[in-house]
Design a protein around this ligand. Sequence first.
Ligand code: NAD
Ligand code: DAU
Length: 345
Amino acid sequence: MKNIMVTGGAGFIGSNFVHYMLGKYDNYNIIVYDKLTYAGNLDNLRDVVDDPRYHFVKGDICDATTVEETIRKYQIDTIVNFAAETHVDRSIMNPDAFIQTSVYGTYVLLEATRKFGLERFHQISTDEVYGHIPHGRSSVETDKLEPRSPYAASKASADLLVNAYFVTYGLPVTITRGSNNIGPYQYPEKVVPLFATNAIDYEPLPVYGDGRQMREYQYVQDHCEAIDIVLHKGQLGEAYNVGTGEEMENLKMVEILLETLDRPRSLIRHVKDRPGHDRRYSMNSDKVKALGWQPRHTPEEAIRKTAEWYRDNEWWWRKIKSGEFKKYYEAQYGERLRETTNPAK
Ligand code: NAD
Ligand code: DAU
């Protein structure tokens, strides 16, 4: 492994992965390939622009010509595919781009991997492919995929394609399925950065339904470390769950966040729930732990550290929240917030 193409590398996890890999290894070149959708942001990579091992290509993973040109030009041997539309609520409003990128785009990358005989194709997947998990159970990698939102279905479809290319063509593939990541550079449509930035401005926090849904919030650098371990030690054709093993109710996450930012509970608003909302995700991550991985942060530490980052980095998020985001916020929350008159006690 020498020249790694990081698709979606200008997004949240991808950009953290780029920082992680350049920081850890001297001898890898990192080629970020990103379409720069609303979620892609070159500010996320401004710390590495002068590094001679870093290169940026603006391109769509659905565009086979540009993908192939990039592989040739930079002698790519490994693809790590982060590129996707990633917000469940947007997938409910308009699923089209989700299917295009995660299904057709993943197919284009797999075909390119086959054509050029690359050393590895690694797919970044999610715990959402398993669907809602009842209490008392945790997903293992061999469980049936039962996605329930258009986003989750687009990601599960990509996993199935990756597996099919392993079985049919013997492609050297691996998959990691991560739980909810939080940390620097996450677009403030996702719950933790949305609530942190709203709280900083004393704006309401729109909690869906009763707020008792459970997620495994994990610090993004821990996830990046697991991806690195799977790239180096993972078995071809295998998927690996990556989570903390500690799920937390959303209301508890909100409490930690408000306490960290010294903001009142009266900012909480219970609003109309997300349609088809998965109440609980929970994964067994023993398989990646057996490769030597351990999360370095508890969910509580991850939430506190993330809230502090947003408090200290207004330069990054204020400009995002003042642009296209305002229209999105009104479409997603305007009605819901106007319907809600009673702040939580
Ligand atoms: P993000 O939305 O912050 O970033 C996605 C990036 O992909 C953006 O830079 C965007 O410009 C790029 N992109 C989108 N469509 C593209 C296309 N057609 N061609 C090229 N680039 C394109 O997402 P994220 O939260 O960093 O998630 C990255 C990956 O990790 C996704 O595959 C997601 O499904 C997966 N994942 C995310 C989480 C999480 O909690 N955020 C957890 C598990 C897995
Ligand atoms: O589990 C991994 C997944 O985590 C990733 O695959 C997705 O890309 C990522 O977006 C995330 O999906 P979620 O739907 O879990 O994340 P989100 O931040 O949108 O929501 C987290 C929880 O908070 C969920 O139970 C819904 C709730 N929520 C979310 C928003 C945006 C609210 O209560 N209010 C909100 O305004």
